[in-house]
Design a protein around this ligand. Structure first.
Ligand SMILES: C[S@@+](CC[C@H](N)C(=O)[O-])C[C@H]1O[C@@H](n2cnc3c(N)ncnc32)[C@H](O)[C@@H]1O
Length: 399
């Protein structure tokens, strides 16, 4: 997502107010059902995924211009083209000229479309492209986009899966800006102990943040983080994502041979839990605005927190996936072939508008003050020796 300007006072869209009201009522019930305190991780699960009501499943507009945020594939086809170029040797040489691609959270379908078009141009064969998508409306958008953008034969090889494949695949797994949506526990370090942040219902019915001593399942891992990366100042607020390791295990279970590429905003653990990062990373995105109040616009606002890439690497190692590459998005894309994609797009530069647009997109993707350093790319591999790692700076030592 592009880093928008902070704002806390954005008017709610009246057309979507019904969804928000029903979700609010459902959350009040959940708080009551949980004995008056709903852990934040459960709140986040509900506001993003509650059937029919959560942000990703209620049909409100999210991606692209006019949505809540713009992602790298929405900025430019060069993002997908670069990934295709970089991954091509795996499909061609590790997988004997074939293989399946599996994309988590395919957004508008642009990444899939751009990547497949590039594979076509490179004459790299692939057998199937599977998409795991929780959002029914985004899934419909992906279908419309891909049917229009691809050949009939290519489109016929795309399938939308309800769950992860039970037979492990040989191929490539992609997740661009998906892990950040997995719900997080919110915690505070106070009086030398861990407090769990959650949601209560105020006497006037409003949802408010509250804290209680953390249960052991949260207190223990967070105390270990404090020991390793603290001392944290009094009142230090941050997040911990309990579902992350299971997600990596899920990827591992469905990858017999090949590579999984994860791109997202995040940090190595020592930077994530640096004592200076006193307010954590949790933010909302609502109509291209960054919202600091995590309880604002329930069901209408995306809620997201950074990825602990050290945690991803640890979970991968634990299940026999090798961390093959880790770098900032900017340096990763520059090493993976973005400059060549830029040249191919602008040619001799006589189309000034096209050249300017492409140059602007390259700046957004790579500059440290834009997406270049906030976003990280990590490749996890199994039995995969043809990934072109030579041009990619090796930042694994930072994990
Ligand atoms: C921020 S968007 C990124 C979309 C796309 N990858 C892109 O880069 O444009 C997050 C995507 O992940 C999907 N999503 C969210 N949570 C998910 C989950 N738990 N499993 C699979 N997809 C998920 C959303 O519906 C959406 O398509």
């Amino acid at each position: 997502m592009m880093p928008p300007k902070p704002s806390t006072n954005v008017p709610r869209d009246p057309a979507a107010a019904g969804v928000a009201e029903r979700l609010h009522a459902s959350l009040q019930q959940s708080v009551a059902g949980a004995g008056g305190f709903l852990p934040f991780v459960e709140y986040m699960q509900a506001v993003l995924y509650a059937p029919g009501l959560g942000y990703y499943v209620n049909g409100t507009h999210k991606l692209g211009q006019g949505g809540d945020f713009v992602t790298a594939p929405e900025l430019t086809p060069m993002f997908g083209e670069t990934l295709a170029t970089w991954l091509a040797p795996v499909l061609r040489d590790d997988l004997d000229g074939g293989g399946t691609l599996l994309e988590f959270g395919a957004g508008s379908g642009r990444l899939a479309g751009d990547l497949i078009a590039m594979l076509r141009e490179l004459r790299v064969p692939w057998e199937a492209y599977w998409i795991v998508e929780v959002s029914p409306d985004l899934r419909a958008r992906q279908q419309a986009h891909l049917e229009a953008a691809l050949t009939a034969d290519e489109y016929a090889r795309i399938a939308w899966l309800e769950r992860l494949p039970s037979t492990p695949l040989r191929g490539v797994v992609l997740a661009n800006e998906v892990l950040d949506a997995l719900p997080v526990e919110l915690f505070r370090w106070r009086e030398g102990r861990v407090w769990q942040v959650g949601v209560r219902v105020a006497p006037d019915g409003a949802l408010t943040l509250a804290e209680r001593p953390a249960p052991a399942a949260l207190a223990e891992p967070v105390a270990r983080l404090q020991e390793a990366h603290g001392p944290w100042p009094e009142g230090y607020l941050s997040e911990w994502r309990p579902a992350q390791a299971a997600w990596v295990r899920g990827v591992s279970d469905c990858l017999r041979q090949g590579v999984a590429l994860i791109v997202d905003y995040g940090f190595p653990r020592s930077a994530y839990y640096d004592p200076e990062r006193r307010e954590g990373t949790l933010v909302g995105y609502y109509r291209q605005q960054m919202i600091q109040d995590p309880l604002a616009h329930p069901g209408l606002m995306d809620l997201t927190a950074s990825v602990d890439f050290t945690g991803v690497a640890e979970a991968a190692n634990a299940v026999g996936l090798e961390v093959l590459a880790y770098a900032g998005q900017g340096e990763f894309l520059l090493g993976a072939g973005l400059p060549q994609r830029f040249e191919a797009r602008v040619g001799s530069g006589e189309d000034a508008r096209r050249t300017l647009q492409a140059a602007q997109a390259v700046r957004m993707l790579t500059l440290p003050g834009e997406m270049g350093e906030r976003f990280q790319a990590m490749a996890l591999g199994r039995d995969c020796s043809h990934l072109p790692l030579a041009g990619i700076p090796d930042r694994r030592g930072r994990l």
